[in-house]
Write a protein that binds this ligand. Structure first.
Ligand code: ZN
Length: 133
């Protein structure tokens, strides 16, 4: 794994939270992007070599809607950048982690992404991401 690419935070209202995080980080988000497959709208902030991703559900089917219903707003996942996402999935599976998707899918921010089940990773939803060239 290369670095923490971003921390994903589940929010109820993207515009309110964009304003909150602008005040917190001292700089506005640099983009908003909908990920239809995940039923979310996201925004991204740069913070040093990492990013903050805010996630707002766009319908009740979204895992973000379910997360907020259960636990309220807050940290949703940690994303690690990897060089070869398929090789990492194989390596982690051999170590006993449980991938939520074995086939990487297209995520926000021009990335291939895969998630690990939080029950296999100490209660932390882990995202692996690899930039698409
Ligand atoms: Zn993410």
């Amino acid at each position: 794994m290369i670095r923490i690419d971003h921390i994903g935070i589940a929010v109820r209202d993207l515009s309110n939270s964009n304003e909150l995080f602008r005040k917190l980080l001292g700089e506005a988000h640099y983009k908003v992007e909908a990920v239809e497959s995940e039923h979310v709208r996201t925004s991204f902030f740069n913070i040093g070599a990492s990013k903050i991703e805010l996630l707002e559900a766009i319908d009740p089917e979204s895992s973000i809607a379910k997360f907020i219903e259960k636990r309220g707003e807050g940290i949703h996942h940690i994303a690690f950048e990897v060089r070869d996402i398929r090789a990492e999935i194989d390596r982690l599976e051999a170590e006993g982690f449980v991938p939520l998707n074995r086939e990487p899918k297209r995520g926000a921010d021009n990335k291939l992404v895969a998630f690990l089940h939080p029950k296999s990773s100490g209660g932390v939803l882990v995202e692996l991401c690899q930039s698409i060239e």
